[in-house]
Write a protein of this length. Sequence first.
Length: 458
Amino acid sequence: MTGFVLLRARAHWLLLSAALLCILLTTCVLAALAAFSEAVGDAGLRHALQDRNATRTLVEVDADVTPADRARLDASVRRIVPVAFDGMPVSMAASIQSVSYGLPHTARASHGDEPDLTFLATLDPSRVTMAEGSRPGPSEAGGPVPVALPERAARALGLRTGQRLTLTDRTGGRPLQVLLTGVYRPVDAAAPYWRLEPLGGRGVRTLTFTTYGPMLADPRAFVSGAVTPDRMSWQARADYSAMTAARVNRLRHGVQRALRDLGRATDGSARARSELPELLTELRRTLLVARSTMLISALQLVLLAAFALLLVAGLLATERADETARLRARGASRSRVAGFVAIEALLLALPAVVAAPLLAGPLLRLLAGHGALARAHVRLDGSPAGTWAVAAVTALICALAVPVRRCAAPARTSTNAPPAGAAPDSPARCRPGPTPRSRSSRRWRTGSCPAAVRAPES
């Protein structure tokens, strides 16, 4: 059957080549548009989550802690929160903070009735750089607690490295002796990390009281009991470099579920919050608008391709009307003729299905290397997996448009019709017999049938 289909195709190779070219171009462009829309949407989503809205992607937790339950709360947060991010890498940061302490009169910047305050906290060493002195280490038994003060606070208070201070516990506890070992400054005060501590990396905050700090302390000072922990904060941030639009709903539901689970696991003592679910909902709407705009261009291309294919199919139907009539006259059933048509459609669709996804990747890289995408440093590494499905569906629909149009066209019955008196299913219709035939009958016998249909002349 395949050999006969190839013979039919060879008889009308020019029109079939035009149909194949039209199908190939349509499939390639639509596959590239689908891949471009998906790739650019994913790149924009990653940019929005990694850079533009970094502070809204955080999951933040804080809790009032005691030396007895600090370790348990820390383990619960580190177990539940990372699961919320749909398997993406997650970085967890934490800070232990003490109660508020009153600064001694000799270290106060203001001279009013209200005292100046400070507090001790642990910070990520990679987030601070020492402007003077050294980082604080563990405290010795019975000795002062080594601390480092923010540069801005040290300048405002007039304190220098090596000084000792006695801090007054605002909750009525015993005074705390500290030794100033150095002065630090934030590596990046605008980084979302500084949302962990109440002063936000500024070093000084004035409300009713003026608070300076935090005084950086070694984490072992809180574990050994030299400093009593009062509050603990956690911050979780995912690496969104592998984020795609397909993961938006899973990520949103995962964060909402983690916030609920954390409240139940800690009996409400941990307060968790995140703007990530609302941000993902906004970004999802933006993606839908962008893809709707791309859909308009795709529909225009589909209409143009449909008109071109219908024109080629109409010409092919006209050329093959006599051939189809002869096949039916020689006993070919409708199902067999439909089988010929289906194989021909598959032969037209197969090159487009294979070539379109393979060409989509180079086309994406070509688009990303010029214009606004190149200036924005957007990388489109390859065609997404959905490109194969788009290419297959588009190619099959285009290929089926050609035989469907031919089947809908009426068969011609003019000079190529069988002569009167010939039996409808007689095999002698394509062979010369003893009965005299007219010239038109002779043309009908030796018309434009391919070699597999025509009988040899005797």
